[in-house]
Ligand binder design. Sequence first.
Ligand SMILES: [Zn+2]
Length: 444
Amino acid sequence: MTDLYLCGYAALENGVLQDAAIAVSDGRITAVGPAADVTPLFPEANRIDWSAFAAVPGAVNAHSHSFQSLLRGMAVDRPFLEWRDEALYRHTPLLDPDTLYAGALLAFGEMLTAGVTTVADFFYVHGPDAANDDAVIRAALDLGVRLVFARTMYDWPGAPEAYRESVADATARTRALAVRYAGHPLVSVHPAPHSPHAASPDMIRAGHGLARELGTPYHIHVAEEPFEVEETLRDHGLRPVQWLDSLGVVDSSLIAVHLVWLDPDEIALLGARGAALAYCPSSNMFLADGVTRLPDLLAAGVRVGLGTDGGCSNNRTSVFEEMRMAALLQKVSRLDATCISAPTVWQLGTSSGADLLRLPVGRIAPGKRADLVAVDPAHLSLQPFHPSLLVAHAVYSMQPCAIRRVVVEGREVVRDGRILTVPAEDISALVAERLGRWPLWNGA
Ligand SMILES: [Zn+2]
């Protein structure tokens, strides 16, 4: 059966098309073009009236930590290491599978309503067995969001016990999970050694090797804070990217998160190796990390996607918001309004993010999976509306309430701001019920 979305407008790679039709079959886009041309090709199709909407690609969140949405509002206005101890480490012992499931529903559900159709969840609260990992994946499937489960590999002894594994266990468990979801339409599993400060050289090499074995990228936080640079310089005499390169792991499989504190040689090296960045501008501002040199990284050839990071270091979960923040932060830090453009950050949050996750999404084009967002061009935040202004509006002025429909893999999951799969009221009730058990929450 083919679904034919008849759209007032559609944002395609070469511009915004008026009176467009998008044909979808088995979760895949099979044809896109002027409605007058495409409609006659599918006389039997189920017609879906999006004439009041502009169809845009679903946004791609290249970096998040779903469980952190449970900790939102706690430990705000703190320096990084204090935030880490107060928000994350203090609450980690309270995170069981049911609570992590509630947190993932909260994070992913809120993202869906904001037009995020793909999320990479960098997840490290593994616990003694696979139950925590399964809970996060189950939440994504119950909601119907596309998930990259970036399974973290963590062995720094200073971290909570639930994060830590031996290199052999982390490798075997990540491999087993990846094999279990191989070929799944919505879930893929990538290795994610945590960072140069929280994963040993053996763990980082194992993550990189496993990515090569599985044919996936691998994710790692790099140079978020100055202390990380000081540590690799002190321990190895090298800056973080140079140290990673000495391990043989800087190549096109690298998705480095943050990349705030780099010198020009590190930027050139990342570009030469075809590495990628998951850029999280709001989180960098929230934690006062610093300003990633995004225009320089792009100019060097580094591929870039946008991430919201965790819900307790942002504290929003919208990639459209990150497009806006990326542009504004870069402009003000360089005192140059031309250093980055709306079409560029739009691309980072859609097609470029999809490419670095190696997923056929992020574009409305034949052959891509049908992850679509319908925005209301009559919404006040998109006025004055003209098709040539759609991208500028989506980046700079659009409010989440202008998002009217969200479709993932050809299935409608959000309608008029309501999640159809797991109602928002149920998510809020579940979060309240789980956190109601926390002694800290009750002031005990
Ligand atoms: Zn992160």
